[in-house]
Design a protein around this ligand. Structure first.
Ligand code: GLP
Length: 278
């Protein structure tokens, strides 16, 4: 796990934008898994601005969203479909047929979930999966006790998640209690994963994910078993980490590694020349 800590939410956003832009500009990276929630909002804004500047192009990009509330139609203002349309898709040149979503009103839940898994596979699998994290450590809507091998399916939300989502709805009874979500196993098959977390409210979940045991009680901890995960967080979300000094030290040194290696090669070459000289 590559843990990158920044001083502010804005710095996390800029770093995440550079990361995603880099992947989107590689031909084989154009199947993206996308999250909703307040955390990725700034990234989506940065992507829209990047698109307007001509730095990113969505023409060949396919997207699969992580989850959707059960019971909400696509045009419901609180549906995740509507969220993505408003905050990203309507501002960029993505083709409507390249946007993939779980239906909030499926004819048959099992068929819907199986078809989603098939659609991901048919497009060669998720190349970059972007994630946020819930306060209880969930990814997608994989609440505590979700199998770490789970596939796309329906899930009952915890009271805490329902409470966290309460702010978006006018009345208590409107907050959905169920959702369809990619499983932890589905997410783990992505080639690369970028998880974003900001703010003090995420500090416990972030610490459990990075430094806690791998456990279904914090489904994000499964990411410890994935070979290519980058976690980008701000100081507030990093507040409960025991080894944050090491993560900061690692980031500083990682960016110096290429320069160091180049200098070593140059020294080696210079030695070789001296040795050859009569
Ligand atoms: C919901 C979503 C998750 C998201 C989480 C945190 O549970 N299903 O994908 O990561 O909310 O949202 P926020 O970024 O608003 O804290």
């Amino acid at each position: 796990m590559n843990v990158v800590i920044h001083a502010s939410e804005e710095a996390v956003t800029q770093c995440a934008y550079g990361f995603v832009r880099d992947r989107m500009n590689r031909r084989h990276y154009r199947v993206l898994g996308l999250p909703t929630g307040s955390t990725p909002l700034r990234l989506y804004r940065a992507l829209v601005e990047g698109y307007r500047r001509g730095e990113v192009d969505f023409a060949e990009v396919q997207t699969f969203n992580l989850d959707e509330y059960l019971g909400l139609p696509p045009d419901h203002p609180q549906s995740y479909r509507h969220f993505m349309q408003t905050n990203l898709f309507s501002h960029v040149n993505i083709r409507p047929s390249h946007v993939h979503f779980l239906s909030g009103l499926p004819h048959d839940i099992e068929d819907e979930c199986e078809a989603y898994e098939r659609a991901i596979k048919e497009r060669g699998g998720l190349k970059l999966q972007i994630l946020g994290i819930g306060r209880d450590g969930h990814i997608g809507f994989n609440e505590p006790t979700s199998s770490l091998a789970s596939r796309t399916r329906e899930k009952t939300l915890t009271r805490q998640t329902i409470e966290d989502n309460r702010r978006f709805f006018e009345k208590d009874e409107e907050v959905p209690r169920w959702a369809l979500t990619m499983g932890v196993g589905t997410i783990m098959e992505a080639r690369e994963i970028l998880l974003l977390a900001t703010g003090r409210a995420k500090a416990d979940a972030v610490a459990a994910m990075i430094e806690g045991p791998v456990t279904a009680m914090c489904t994000a901890s499964a990411l410890q078993m994935h070979p290519r995960v980058t976690v980008m967080i701000d100081d507030a979300a990093a507040a409960k980490l025991n080894h944050d000094d090491y993560y900061r030290w690692m980031s500083e040194n990682d960016c110096q590694m290429a320069g160091y290696l180049e200098a070593c090669k140059q020294r080696q070459a210079a030695r070789g020349q001296t040795a050859k000289a009569p």
